[in-house]
Design a binder for this molecule. Structure first.
Ligand code: AMP
Ligand code: MG
Length: 402
């Protein structure tokens, strides 16, 4: 087991010990939000033929070398129509936006640049070869990779599938199976919201609520074994065993520090789970632990509500991304200057909740890892670098956009 490792090393270890969940083949109509496990190639050109981008006349540009010139209108084509005419010298075809450009023509003139003639049309302006001409396959060509492996199927992806004629029950897409995650919270002090009045010494568990909501937002399914558990290692052993029947991954909160009731240290050996690492050099959530139980990854987060939430964003997302086969589950990282100073400096890296707005980072009051309410309205995590003096306004920090 590695210990006292960097954030980057922890993510690397998580990802090297995690395999994507299996794949399945389903029709696109039932694949919304799923991630492609194989490239989708186009069975056709789009558009299938050269088409007009505007209402006007299709003609031969060489006929406009000397203007003004009158051309004979030999046909009219609307969108959805077709003409077998081969347009010759001195001829043109009246056509509308989206109509196929007939053979012989290499450009289209806007109707505003003509006298709108019906039998004969007056052209005042010379046209270039392929002016106002949409080529067949301009959007995509037969055999092109339309959607690469790893694409999450959403609005535009559906549009592309439909444009290529692939939104059919008999056209199956190879997608990753949905990832199912169990959330297990430890702590003798925790009670669910069904308990009222709140007994002395107890608090309502909030971690499960935060993590479950975030999982759903990221397109992850919630496994059936859920809930708050005591600080009894045997109960957690049973819950983890049960969870692995249904879940691809398990998140636990609490019990990973060095206190007398930090039961993960007892639970994992009882399960014969392989501990990959414990303790990461960051605040909050230092005692992060990652293990494998019969191949199922278990990420154990510190119980403090903000620590659990921040380490979920930093570590669970790369884990879920690897399982789901999709890099877009990871937070995007940018750099931006602090718009407020930060007094709580220290030797280690610290992640704080923050608001990124207009390219600047504002920090709310209330950084303690036991506080949750100050997270409301924040939209990112800002990384406060190690320092031996307070961090000044204007300092550039890395920002994980949530
Ligand atoms: P632990 O990581 O178990 O040492 O817990 C650290 C702190 O977080 C303690 O104050 C716990 O009461 C609190 N805590 C642990 N789990 C939860 C939870 N599910 N919901 C809210 N607070 C929690
Ligand atoms: Mg605890």
């Amino acid at each position: 087991m590695e210990t006292g490792i960097s954030v980057e090393r922890a993510i690397e270890l998580i990802q090297t010990h995690t395999k994507p969940v299996g794949t399945e083949q389903i029709p696109a109509a039932r694949a919304h939000g799923r991630v492609l496990a194989a490239d989708v190639r186009s069975p056709m050109d789009q558009p299938p033929w050269p088409r007009s981008p505007l209402d006007g006349y299709a003609l031969r540009s060489e006929d406009t070398k000397t203007v003004p010139v009158k051309l004979r209108v030999v046909d009219t084509i609307y969108a959805g129509g077709w003409s077998e005419k081969i347009v010759g010298a001195g001829e043109c075809v009246r056509l509308m936006t989206g109509a196929p450009i007939p053979k012989g023509c290499d450009c289209v003139i806007r109707q505003e640049d003509t006298d709108l003639g019906t039998d004969e049309v007056l052209i005042q302006k010379p046209l270039q070869h392929y002016e106002n001409y949409c080529f067949a396959g301009e959007d995509f060509k037969l055999g092109d990779t339309l959607l690469p492996k790893g694409t999450r199927l959403s609005g535009n992806a559906y549009g592309v599938l439909a444009a290529a004629g692939l939104l059919r029950e008999d056209e199956l897409l190879t997608v990753y199976k949905p990832v199912r995650c169990a959330v297990l919270c430890t702590g003798d002090e925790l009670v669910p919201n069904t308990v009222r009045p709140l007994p002395k010494g107890k608090i309502y568990s909030s971690n499960e609520a935060v993590l479950s909501a975030r999982l759903l937002e990221l397109g992850i399914e919630i496994a059936t074994v859920q809930g708050e558990f005591s600080d009894d290692p045997q109960k957690l052993v049973d819950a983890i065993r049960k969870a692995t029947e249904d879940a691809d991954v398990i998140l636990t909160t609490g019990g990973v520090s060095v206190g007398a009731k930090d039961i993960l240290h007892e639970t994992l050996p009882l399960l014969n789970a392989e501990r990959i690492f414990w303790r990461v050099k960051l605040k909050p959530g230092t005692p992060l632990m990652f293990s494998l139980f019969e191949g199922t990854p278990i990420l154990s987060l510190s119980g403090n509500p903000f620590a659990a939430s921040a380490t979920f964003e930093l570590f669970a997302r790369p884990l879920l991304g690897k399982l789901a086969g999709c890099a877009d589950l990871e937070a995007r990282i940018v750099e931006a200057p602090l718009a407020t100073p930060f007094e709580k400096y220290g030797k280690g890296r610290r992640f704080v909740r923050a608001v990124l707005e207009n390219g600047r980072v504002t920090l709310p009051k209330g950084h303690s890892s036991g506080q949750l309410a100050s997270s409301i309205g924040t939209n990112c995590l800002a990384e406060i670098p190690p320092s031996d003096a307070p961090i000044e306004t204007g300092t550039m920090v890395r920002v994980w956009i949530l």
